[in-house]
Write a protein that binds this ligand. Structure first.
Ligand code: ADP
Ligand code: MG
Length: 311
């Protein structure tokens, strides 16, 4: 069974249980509305040998990255992260200095975004480090952005350049751990302030973060919103060191992907640039017709591009 097949199976098997007020599986976070506000919850697992190689990243960087990927999912809802829980399984060769440095990296990013570590679990591992972080966020209910809210004619934006992380992974695996893209791959910075700000903009409709690559993640918005999209290849912002295919298919960029009403996008772009010092990138539009169409010089091109799936 694929990852998404398994998630679908879970969704179906648990559909008849009481929801206790929660919005169900399928978005970047689970949502619990409480009056005019909502709490959001997300959890990500990082396993040695699958998500990271201990010799290719420092403990400190891994501590930051474990937190960053979860804060990114909170930001993807337009919510403010407020706290995290950390569960970690440590083998004997990672229990001393390695664990302390890991926590330093985790603390550094926690301090930057003001998120206390409020609980978790610590255990021994027979082999390999396993890390699970849960992040909790809160938001006015009306600010939440879900994957299901894209509408035909919406403009599709990404809030940063793409492909640096994928190019960095390629460098790491080729034995070049210190190139600029490799450093970006090891030190992703979640767009927390950007997500909260976009949450407050009613013209922003659907939003998510890019963890598996544009080619794969955009399909989640299309499936959940029951629509299609046209993406102009020339408009995909390719990060330094990356190529177009890596920008479209590489994972772990953790930039925000969102759709916005076609009226007033100019103002959104101007205000975003003034506030964050980096531009929004308009890459295409939502269509009523289903499916993801890549356009080159305005004409459809056949590409078998898939996102990269990190389990
Ligand atoms: P993301 O990339 O934003 O972390 P995923 O693609 O990992 O999201 O997950 C898609 C959806 O499936 C999310 O809503 C997530 O909470 C849910 N999900 C994934 N694995 C499980 C699981 N084992 N049990 C319940 N829900 C899950
Ligand atoms: Mg996500």
């Amino acid at each position: 069974m694929t990852e998404f097949g398994f998630i679908d199976h879970i969704r179906r098997r648990f559909a008849d249980l009481p929801d206790q007020g929660f919005e169900g599986i399928g978005d970047d976070c689970a949502v619990l509305p409480l009056g005019g506000e909502a709490l959001v919850f997300t959890s990500d697992l990082l396993t040695e040998g699958v998500h990271f190689l201990r010799h290719a990243t420092s403990a400190r960087e891994l501590g930051g990255k474990s937190l960053a990927v979860n804060l990114s999912d909170v930001a993807a809802m337009g919510a403010r992260p407020v706290a995290t829980l950390l569960s970690i399984a440590l083998p004997p060769d990672a229990s001393g200095v390695w664990a302390e440095e890991f926590m330093e990296g985790y603390r550094e990013l926690s301090a930057r975004f003001g998120t206390p570590l409020v609980g978790g679990d610590t255990t021994r591992s027979e082999s390999g480090v396993t890390i699970n972080v849960t992040a909790i966020g809160r938001s006015p209910l009306t600010h939440l952005k879900r994957r299901r809210d894209a509408r035909p004619d919406d403009v599709i934006f990404v809030a940063g350049e793409l492909g640096a992380s994928g190019a960095g992974l390629r460098d790491l695996l080729a034995g070049h751990p210190d190139t600029p893209p490799a450093r970006i791959h090891r030190n992703p910075l979640p767009q927390v302030d950007e997500g909260i700000w976009l949450g407050g903009r009613p013209e922003v409709h659907a939003m998510m973060d890019l963890s598996d690559g544009l080619a794969s993640d955009l399909r989640h918005i299309l499936d959940e919103s029951d629509c299609g999209a046209e993406v102009e290849l020339e408009r995909i912002p390719v990060a330094a060191g990356a190529d177009l295919r890596t920008a479209a298919c590489g994972g772990e960029d953790y930039k925000l992907l969102f759709t916005a009403a076609p009226t007033a996008t100019r103002q959104l772009e101007e205000e975003f640039l003034a506030r964050f010092g980096t531009p929004l990138h308009r890459i295409g539009r939502i269509t009523e017709r289903a499916g993801l169409t890549w356009l080159q010089a305005g004409s459809p091109v056949q590409l078998d591009w898939q996102g990269f799936t990190h389990y």
